[in-house]
Design a protein around this ligand. Sequence first.
Ligand code: ZN
Length: 229
Amino acid sequence: MFALRDSRDGDVSRLRVDVAFTDSSLDLQGLRDDFPEGLARLEEVVGVPLARLSQVHGADVLVVDAPMALGEVPFADGLVTTTRGLGLMVRAADCVPLLLADPEAGVIGAVHAGRPGMALGIASRAVAVMREQGATTISAWLGPRVCGSCYEVPEQMRADVSAVVPEAWAETSWGTPALDIGAGVRAQLERAGVDVVDVARCTLEDANLHSYRRDGKAAGRHGGLVWLS
Ligand SMILES: [Zn+2]
């Protein structure tokens, strides 16, 4: 069920942070529109209720302390919490699912960063919101996404985006203009003083991951999950 699962202990506060990225054995596509069965199954596996979002490729980051009621999922692309026993979930199928944690301070975050979100600086925004909540030493996990060798874009789009985030400039393996959203988000995090663990798997190349570029409208969504226990 998981493409990666990791955990980290907070020495002083005796907290543990768990992070996980699901694989294509689970399709979380329906959760935006309330998909109680899929959500319940996932919450049973991870053992905590999950706060989630209707993702809109923006830069808004919400601080939450409880899961959303069915039918009341907010529009945003980032979540931050300090609540024990609450999980945060973002979903993606080529965009970057990004998980953040300061296990010492007990602050966690989850971000959906695609091309527009990266250009708007949502990763740095989430780091700033976490610091407002008391985080100091933040670690990040960059989840599976379409890689810079696969994510072909028009020449002008590459020029516009890499003018804002130079590290995102890329070329496909067949020599055409591309963007590397993972590299861009990683550079933004490193500039913000965040230590990055990169799962470094390409959704388009790996059949065990969901990819919108590969499967179009039929594509499912994988999840990035982080929780405090
Ligand atoms: Zn690739």
